[in-house]
Design a protein around this ligand. Structure first.
Ligand code: NAD
Ligand code: USQ
Length: 405
């Protein structure tokens, strides 16, 4: 039987690892490519995954033992090693490339000039190198990229945010109104989110100029840890970030709850964000692979989200199940304290996604995992200290001085 060859870029990461396992379990021939830069950033920041993730070779051997299926692995930097990447793609000739391999933390991307430059160079060059290699090798590869909801911005549009394209009307030269569709105007809130906005333009160009088939998934904040496959053996456990740079809001609240640390709500907590459980992430990727756009189509953009909630609603939910207090801390980010967010996810629902929602008992699973590994939690790494700009830095400094008094 023909089995699609899938290359998972960034397959050692939080979303990439469970996706690689899910695709392998589903019968695809899967190869992971990763430069292990996240493990190096962990060392640089003095942080580590809450869960004891195994080295990549042990992960791969364990999966073979559990499933009887072997994952390929290539260690390579897609942003700096163009020729090696092109040679590898030419050898593998993947039917599908799933692209997770970017620096993905907004706070890390705002730490300083070094991290801003790294994030832009890594993310933009990586994405462009893949596109240029597909064209120059004449590959018929479907590229599935992980984008972000943050490209739309969080200003509260006053209407449901569509999937990537905004229908507008323009007046033509004869003064008649004509309908058009344009890429939704981006309004990124961090350097990281900005790289995803720039990725979109690269995709638009290569789809239109070279007919590459591209699916761009605007994903919300991923929560949870384990999936059906990563639960099969402790050595397959997924990465879990809880620190102030890489930890995302709901996962941080769940870890805080497990150690009795007050839940760190930034500002009023009126920020509305979109969420998706990691199990749904891997299902969505498979649906995207199984439903590629046609040659000559524009970039297929799907919003990979299952629900929207305010940060304070999340905190209330976690506080109610754990009894831990909520603390409104000074917000280090330059963002609206209160925003509405209504976003369409009609594409994935029409492809058959049955969303997992927040009250599905999976909050308990993550709290249990945090409790199991509580000895690995470093309390000093919990505060989010990266200020978005000079004004925010001064407000944060003032707040910490008044805490000292
Ligand atoms: P992660 O940091 O856990 O994983 C990213 C992986 O990519 C790491 O293993 C890293 O070593 C690898 N990588 C980075 N740059 C590379 C390069 N130049 N060459 C080769 N490998 C490289 O991040 P994640 O949470 O798994 O996110 C994966 C993707 O999904 C990212 O693009 C991110 O923007 C997107 N996303 C994540 C979330 C979330 O909540 N985690 C939400 C929306 C979108
Ligand atoms: N927040 C808190 N307390 C915390 C941590 C965060 O109130 O302890 C707030 C933030 O100020 C922000 C919101 O929670 O308003 C979300 O922050 P986050 O760190 O959970 O998410 P974000 O920085 O947006 O980034 C994450 C992933 C990124 C992905 C994005 C999807 O790291 O890779 O692209 O979620 S989205 O937000 O939909 O664009």
């Amino acid at each position: 039987m023909f089995s699609k060859k899938i290359l998972v870029l960034g397959g050692d990461g939080f979303c990439g690892w469970p996706t690689a396992l899910h695709l392998s379990e589903s019968g695809y021939d899967v190869t992971i490519l990763d430069n292990l830069s996240r493990r190096i950033i962990d060392l640089e920041l003095g942080i580590r995954s809450l869960t004891p993730i195994q080295p990549i070779d042990i992960r791969i051997d364990t999966w073979e033992k559990v499933s009887g299926k072997r994952l390929g692995f290539k260690m390579l930097d897609i942003a700096t090693d163009y020729q090696e990447l092109a040679d590898f793609l030419n050898e593998l000739k993947p039917d599908v490339i799933v692209h997770f391999a970017e620096q993905r933390a907004a706070p890390y991307s705002m730490r300083g000039a070094k991290e801003k430059c790294y994030t832009v160079n890594n993310n933009i060059s990586g994405t462009h190198n893949i596109l240029a290699a597909i064209v120059s090798l004449g590959l018929d590869t479907h590229l599935v990229h992980l984008g972000t909801m943050g490209v739309y911005g969080y200003t509260g549009a006053g209407f449901q945010i569509p999937e990537g394209y905004l229908p507008i009307e323009v007046k033509n030269d004869a003064g008649e109104r004509e309908p058009r569709e344009i890429l939704y105007p981006t309004r990124p809130g961090s350097i990281y989110h900005m790289t995803k906005s720039l990725d979109q333009l690269l995709f638009q160009f290569y789809a239109q100029n070279d007919g590459i088939r591209i699916t761009d998934l605007h994903q919300g904040i991923v929560w949870g840890t384990q999936t059906e496959e990563t639960r099969k053996d402790p050595y397959l456990v997924n990465r879990f970030d809880y620190d102030g740079e890489y930890g995302t809001v709901l996962n941080r609240f769940l870890v805080e709850a497990s150690i009795g640390h007050p839940l760190t709500v930034h500002g009023t907590g009126g920020q509305t964000r979109a969420f998706i459980h990691i199990q749904d992430t891997v299902r969505c990727i498979r649906l995207a692979i199984d439903n590629p756009p046609k040659h000559g189509d524009r970039v297929e953009i799907l919003n990979q989200v299952t629900e929207t909630l305010r940060v304070r609603e999340l905190a209330k939910m976690v506080s109610e199940i754990s009894g831990v207090d909520i603390q409104n801390v000074t917000n280090p980010r330059n963002e609206s304290d209160e925003n509405d967010l209504d976003v369409s996810n009609a594409g994935f629902l029409s492809l058959g996604l049955e969303p997992i929602t927040l009250d599905a008992g999976l909050l308990d699973e993550t709290i249990e995992l945090s409790t199991l590994y509580r000895d690995r939690i470093d309390m000093r790494k919990i505060p989010a200290c990266t200020a978005w700009n000079q004004d925010r830095a001064e407000v944060l400094n003032d707040a910490s001085r008044s805490d000292d008094v």
